[in-house]
Each structure stands twice: as C-alpha cells, then as structure tokens.
Design a protein around this ligand. Structure first.
Ligand code: SAM
Ligand code: SF4
Length: 356
C-alpha cells in the first residue's frame, strides 16, 4: 500500500540531495550560453513525446489525439546528438518530459544516454506516475537523479476528476517505489486549481513532515486553448504563499543558478514546499532553461510564438559545431520576459506539446 501523506514514512534514510554514485563529469570544452540580459543557461527541458495516457482537464481534456501529418518524435540517436551538443554548451541538467515520457519504449535507453553524456550531472524526469511502480528501479539503474511526479490532488475522487484517470493509489505507490529505489531527489507537482486542490494545502503539507519530498505548487498557465478553464480555476500563488508564511514556512534565499521556483522550508519538516508563479513580476529574471519539443523545435520561451527547428542539425555527431553555433545565435533572440500580463500567451495549445 502507498505511504499516505499523513502517515509516518519509513523512508527517512533517504538523503534527497546526496549524489548516490552518479557520475558528475564536467565537459572538457563546456562553455556557458549567456543571453543579452546576462542570464546563463544550464538546464535543458526536452520533450520526448507529445503523446499521453492521461487527460488532465487543464492540459488534454479530450485526451491525446495524434495529428495525421505530425512528424515522428526525435529518435534516440537524434536525442543523443542533441544532449551532447547542449552539454557542450554548458547544459549540465537535462529534464525529460512530454506528453508522458513513459509511453516511449526506449525511455530507459534515453535516460542512460543522457546520464552518460560528458558534462551532464543531473538527469530528471517529469511523469504522471502511471508506470512508476514498475519502472522506478530501472530509472535509478539507468542513471536518473531527479524525479517529478504530478499529483494534483490527494483525494482519489478529485484526482480522477482532474486527471481523467482513477489511479491515485497507483501513482502514490509509484512514489513509494521511487524512494525505495533511492532516486536522490523526488518532487511532486500540483497545479493550483481554485475550488479544487486549494482546499488540500494542509494535506500536502502534512506529507512533508516525515518524508523528504518537495511539493511544488504551480500556477495554472493560460494557453491558447484553455481560456474558459483558466477563467474558472486560476488561482494566484500569492494566496498560498500567505498561508505558508502564516504556518511558519520560510522562503529560502535564492543562490546563483536557481530557477524561478521559490522554495520554502519549515523546522520539523523533512520535506519542502515550492511555488512556481509565472505570473509574478520577476519570474523571467532567473530563467536558466531552454525547451526543445519532441520534434526538435527550440522554444526560447514557454510562452513564445515559434519554435526554431534543430532537427536538421541532429543527424550526426559531426554536426555538433553547427548546432553550437546555432544555439549561440538563437540565444541572442531570447525575449527578456513573457508577455502574459499583456494578454499574449504564445502559440502553445497545451503544455503536452512542449513539455511544461
Ligand atoms: N505528463 C507529465 C506530467 O504530467 O507530469 C509530463 C508533462 S506535463 C505537460 C508537465 C507538467 O506541466 C505537469 O506537472 C503538469 O501538471 C503541468 N501542466 C500542464 N498544463 C499546465 C498548465 N496549463 N498550467 C500549469 N501547469 C501545467
Ligand atoms: Fe498528460 Fe501530463 Fe498533460 Fe496530464 S499534464 S494530460 S499527464 S501531459
């Protein structure tokens, strides 16, 4: 049975930040990609598929529908060339996401490839957790260092209502399996939804008392398909931050290289709470990441209008210099900030397209 958030956990031995035997190589020629605003980039978020087996109400409410004319996702060799190029450009953290990355049969090989790439120190995965119970040990053996599991509600019925799948218990068992496998860093993502999971803050917090887990509350993001949903369910992270402060949680000062998430700790809790608030004013100042779609499109900003296709530069490892030169050129076009406050949401139809 899955460890319930309110139960004492038997996983106290896990040290979340420890490097448990994972290679931490530094790429011999690595440079750091810097944009005109002086932001430095080390974090690649790579979508490896846009397909998904869930139908989250804010993402793919109708479920995944494959477009007849859609190109195939990047192959394993293309992904290997992409990661090697980014690693040489100073990207030491790679997150595999989707869609749902576990629908790809070659996921373990992709994790292994990423973990073996010189310069890559962290290999992370974002998943809905539906296949975690059986795969957690393999993930660890393949070299995964960090795992984010989406759990929008701890109430089985509400979970089903939000995700379209009656599988909360399985997902929680998957998280147990990830702790048992010794994956060093385990986080939970919960999209803040007004009138839904906002009522569960105390339950999520209780989970962090005895379990070294980091729970990340993410503001619902507007896409060009979810206007009505956004209108009904969006909730400012500010309200949660106020409640956290009242309950004695303290924001950790940011250090260089930290991304836009604000992390809170509280004495007596092994876990942490994180808040990701793209609508807060200074969100873009600490941007440290680039996104690549499952078809090899570089997205300079999550809320940008277009992708720059890198696919023709991924056919062979010999193209690495060309790839690096292209990245150098494109980073110069990275916008200072998204334009959400002006009502401009970019071309994203849903986050399954680009990986969230
Ligand atoms: N399928 C995997 C999962 O759900 O974890 C990975 C892909 S999913 C697009 C990545 C993250 O984006 C998930 O945590 C999901 O909850 C979040 N997400 C999707 N649509 C969102 C939206 N409109 N606003 C905020 N977060 C969103
Ligand atoms: Fe699938 Fe993740 Fe989107 Fe949910 S959030 S529909 S699990 S891609």
């Amino acid at each position: 049975m899955a460890v319930r958030p309110s139960q004492p956990s038997r996983k106290l031995v896990i040290k979340p930040k420890a490097n448990r035997g994972i290679k931490t190589s530094v790429h011999p020629q690595s440079t750091q990609l810097t944009d005109p605003q002086g932001r430095r980039f080390h974090y690649l978020r790579l979508s490896i598929t846009d397909a998904c087996n869930f139908r989250c109400s804010y993402c793919l409410p109708e479920g995944y529908l494959k477009r007849a004319d859609a190109p195939e996702p990047l192959s394993h060799p293309e992904i290997a060339n992409l990661i090697a190029g980014f690693a040489e450009a100073g990207f030491w953290k790679v997150r595999l996401t989707g869609g749902e990355p576990t629908v790809r049969r070659d996921l373990l090989q992709i994790i292994e490839t990423a973990a073996r790439t010189p310069g890559v120190r962290e290999v992370a995965l974002t998943t809905n957790g539906s296949r975690l119970r059986s795969l957690a040990g393999d993930f660890r053996r393949a070299g995964l260092t960090s795992l984010n599991v989406s759990v929008d509600s701890l109430d089985p019925e509400r979970f089903t209502e939000i995700s379209g799948q009656p599988r909360l218990a399985e997902v929680l068992e998957g998280i147990d399996a990830a702790f048992e496998a010794g994956i060093p860093s385990i986080k939970v993502n919960a999209v803040l939804l007004k009138g839904l999971n906002e009522l569960e803050l105390d339950r999520f917090i209780a989970w962090t008392r005895d379990t070294p887990i980091s729970i990340r509350f993410i503001e619902l993001m507007r896409t060009n398909r979810n206007a009505e949903y956004f209108e009904t369910y969006s909730l400012s992270a500010g309200e949660i931050q106020l409640r956290l402060a009242r309950a004695g949680w303290v924001a950790r000062p940011k250090t260089e290289g930290d991304g836009p998430a604000i992390e809170y700790t509280r004495p007596g809790h092994l876990g942490r709470i994180g808040v990701i608030a793209p609508y807060s004013r200074d969100f873009c100042a600490s941007c440290n990441r680039l996104r690549v779609s499952s078809q090899g499109g570089l997205r300079l900003c999550l809320f940008g209008e277009k992708d720059f296709s890198l696919r023709s530069l991924l056919r062979s490892p010999e193209q690495k210099d060309e790839l690096l030169a292209t990245l150098q050129e494109l980073i110069g076009r990275k916008p200072d900030s998204h334009l959400l406050h002006q009502g401009i949401y970019g071309s994203t139809r849903n986050l399954a397209d680009i990986g969230g």
